[in-house]
Ligand binder design. Sequence first.
Ligand SMILES: [Zn+2]
Length: 144
Amino acid sequence: MIRYNLICEHDHEFEGWFASMSDYDEQAGSTRLSCPTCASTKIEKAIMAPAVKTARKSEARSEQAAKAMSAVAAKIRQEIDTNCDNVGDKFAEEARAIHYGEKPERGIYGSVTPEDSSALKEEGITAQPLPDAFVPDTAKPKLN
Ligand SMILES: [Zn+2]
């Protein structure tokens, strides 16, 4: 048995099963093959484009993944915004104060110069770069 996607003169698509290709040719040339929607007997094989469908599917999938990722990033941004203090360019100072117990422990984020960054590292204070996608909007430089 072979299956064909068929289309009538009015663009109704339907499936037809045939014993063989010649069986299809025979039926298509007669009035035995008709559209289930409008009963037209002017039937053709629908043109298939599997490659296009596959591409669309993966496109939709990566779009979905991007959506999920930006939703996660938005959540993390929100978390950081509510739970951490933006200390701006005082990051090194604040990180030290927290590290040496001069200030209560809390989540902070801010900017640091490369010199400060290596100095902090030497003192055993670990700081990790915050991916741009996780930086809260409130901490981003205003564009205007
Ligand atoms: Zn039809």
